[in-house]
Design a protein around this ligand. Structure first.
Ligand SMILES: NC(=O)c1ccc[n+]([C@@H]2O[C@H](COP(=O)([O-])OP(=O)(O)OC[C@H]3O[C@@H](n4cnc5c(N)ncnc54)[C@H](OP(=O)(O)O)[C@@H]3O)[C@@H](O)[C@H]2O)c1
Length: 383
């Protein structure tokens, strides 16, 4: 229901909230599982600035709008209203609370497009602002959550909250037939996508809390899972290897010290508790943190245990960079929330193809684009 005790023209607000919602939604794959949010600062009925939540862990929309309003040249005491598609946050997370930034700005009125669906914070931001003496009006029905940020409705649903697990982005490169391993004679038997795609992956790595892989990828590729420019190496994700019987070689590149200009997170090897004490000591001495978990029916470490371990570490956004075996297990469990698939200009390949599986997946909010010579598919996979 729309509450419009507003001196601002309803048509202006409708147009404003519609455009803020659309532009915010365009950032969905960058911010998930955070919400897509747009905000604007007004002086009377003049829009001074528009801000958006653009990147997971980055500044919130209100903060960007306020910063840009400061650059507009209009004195702060003339700012009258902040319009925002989602109730401002009132608690400190990766970013400071937006309510406090709004209070500091001197703005006296806030118009909110939707109340926070998260039961732990619903209404708290509005209450904080009202208690501080601001006028807060709801303008519901235009930038609705199901249009602007449906993934956030899933993320805050009772089902998800009952058994919390990190938001998981599965990223893989495939040939045109859906193989993750190219023919032996292509790309050194390893590379499918081009340098532009690899640059994007480094950016993505810099925006997650953890990278997860399977032991067979470690054995086949000897990867490092570092963050290099253009990615932000300042807060690198932890690197997590699922290795049930501790086959990780202690001389793998994963253990080599950090090089200049790269970000290298801690190495966690998740294995079957009680297995091979000698390997345990070797890998621990090499610098890994070893975590013993239960095994599943197939004698691999239990993905439920993996999720619980990562969650209790504070990991909220995971990048899965594995081969087809572990990726398929994640998909079987319904543990993949988002995909980024690079399809290179390569035919055929080795190992299992994900082609038929991909053809049957129900993608939500799918977007297709190109980078370098590769096709890129991004989508959500929530039920
Ligand atoms: N194109 C791409 O994007 C891409 C990305 C990564 C890798 N690759 C390629 O993929 C190949 C390796 O793929 P892969 O499918 O053989 O290996 P993988 O998926 O990387 O790793 C599979 C292994 O992970 C371990 N694992 C631990 N817990 C598991 C669980 N719950 N479920 C499933 N596996 C679990 C298993 O070994 P244990 O039981 O011994 O633990 C399993 O054999 C390499 O050639 C690599 O180059 C391609």
């Amino acid at each position: 229901m729309r509450a419009t005790q507003t001196a601002l023209d309803e048509t202006l607000l409708t147009t404003l909230f519609e455009s803020l919602g659309q532009e915010a939604h365009a950032q969905r794959f960058e911010v998930a599982p955070n919400p897509c949010v747009g905000a604007a600062v007004l002086a009377g009925d003049r829009v001074l600035s528009r801000g958006f939540h653009r990147v997971w862990g980055g500044p919130h929309a209100e903060v960007e709008a306020l910063a840009l309003a400061a650059e507009s040249g209009v004195p702060q005491d003339e700012w009258t209203t902040l319009a925002v598609t989602l109730e401002p946050c009132s608690s400190v997370g990766k970013q400071p609370a937006c309510t406090e930034a709004i209070l500091r700005s001197g703005i006296r009125r806030v118009i909110v497009g939707a109340v926070d669906p998260d039961p732990r914070s619903r209404g708290a931001g509005i209450q904080r602002l009202r208690e501080a003496g601001l006028q807060v009006d709801l303008f519901e029905g235009v930038s609705t959550l199901d249009r602007v940020t449906p993934h956030f409705v899933q993320w805050t649903s009772p089902d998800r909250m009952r058994r919390p697990r990190p938001w998981t982005i599965a990223k893989w490169a495939q040939t045109r037939s859906g193989h993750l391993i190219p023919p032996a004679e292509v790309g050194g038997g390893r590379w499918i996508s081009g340098p532009a795609s690899l640059d994007e992956v480094h950016v993505l790595r810099g925006r997650v809390d953890a990278i997860v892989t399977g032991i067979s990828t470690v054995l086949a590729d000897d990867p490092r899972f570092s963050v290099r420019p253009p990615g932000d190496p300042s807060k690198p994700p932890i690197r997590v290897v699922l290795d049930s019987v501790l086959r990780t070689p202690p001389n793998a590149r994963l253990f080599q010290p950090k090089e200049p200009h790269e970000g290298l997170g801690g190495l966690h090897i998740l294995y079957q508790a009680g297995t091979n004490a000698e390997r345990y000591r070797l890998l621990e001495a090499a610098g890994a943190k070893l975590v013993g978990l239960h095994v599943d029916d197939n004698d691999h470490v239990s993905l439920w245990d993996v999720q619980a371990y990562l969650w209790q570490l504070g990991v909220r956004r995971v990048l899965l960079e594995s081969g087809p075996i572990l990726l398929s297990r994640y998909l079987d469990h319904g543990f993949v929330d988002q995909v980024r698939v690079y399809t290179g200009n390569v035919s055929g390949g080795r190992g299992e193809t994900l082609g038929p599986r991909l053809a049957q997946m129900r993608f939500e909010e799918r977007a297709d684009r190109e980078t370098g010579g590769d096709a890129v598919l991004e989508a959500f996979l929530y039920d």
